[in-house]
Design a binder for this molecule. Sequence first.
Ligand code: GLV
Length: 309
Amino acid sequence: MSVLIVAPGKDVSDWTEELKNQHPGLNVYVYPEDHDKEEVEFAVSWKHPRGLFKNYPNLKVVASMGAGVDHITSDPEFPEDVKITRVIDNQLTSDLSEFVLALVMNQTRHLAAYKHQETEHKWNLLKYCRNSDMKIGVMGMGVIGTAVATLLAKNNFKVSGWSRTEKNCEDITSYSGDCELNNFLKQSEILICLLPLTKQTKGILNTELFEQLPKGAYVINVGRGEHLEESDLIGMIDSGHLAGAFLDVFKEEPLPEDHAFWDHKRISVTPHTASITQPKSVVPQIIENYKRLQNGEPLKNLVEKERGY
Ligand code: GLV
C-alpha cells in the first residue's frame, strides 16, 4: 500500500519528508510522477485535477491537506466509495484565531484608515469603539469558528455565533438555523465568515444578507471566496451601508491583477494566509488514519460527504 500526494503547483517536499520521517519505510509518490495506480489506497490532496481519483481502483481515503474539503467535494467525478478526511489541528486553529483577532483590532482601532491618512500626512483623530462595546458575529461555529469566537470573547468583545445547530459555548450567544439568521445579523457590527463551503453556503454573503447587518458594519471573510458575491459587497460598501471589508479568500486565487478589490479604499486583501498547514504538525494525524485504514479501524476527522464538511 502506498500514499500518493496530489497538490499540483505546490512544493510538497516537506510533506514527503515528514511522511517518511514519521513512518519510516512508507512508500510515498508525488503526482504526476510515475507510479502504479493500483498500489495507491491513501491520498493526501490539495486541489487535485478534477476526475483524477476515479482512475485509482484501490483508493480508499483522500485526506485534505487543510481544514477545508470543498476542493475535494466539489469534484463531480469523485468516487462515491472513497472516504474524505480533513485536518483538525491546534496550530492551524490558533493561527487563524490570532489572525482574525488582529483584523478585528485593525478595524476597531482604525489602523488601516490611519495608514491611509499617513500617506496623505493627515493628522485626524478617529473615534474608536472599545472591545466591550463591539458586537461581533461569527458565521460557522465548527472547530475553528468556535476557537475564533472564544478568543474574541476572551478579549472582551460581545460575541455571537451562527451555526446549523445550536452551540453551547461560554460567553458566546448562539443563533442557529435559517430562522435565527436575521436576528444574528441585525446585531453583528463585525461579521466574520468561517463557514464551510457547501451548496447551501455558496454565495451566502450577498446583498440580501448585508442588508440585515447594522449600517456601518464591517465584513471579514476568512472562509472561502465562493461564499461572497463580490459585486454585491462592492455595491453595499459604495452605497455606504457597509463600512468596508477584509478578505483573505477569493473566487479566483491569486486575485487577478486587474480585480476591483485591489484599489478599493475600503477593502483590504491578503493572499489566503490566515492559517497555513504545517506538515510537521498535521502529518501525525494523517499517519494515524493511514494505520487505522490498514487495521480496519474507524478513521478520525472523517467528513460527512452528504453534508459537505
Ligand atoms: C485553508 O484554507 C484550509 O482549508 O486549511
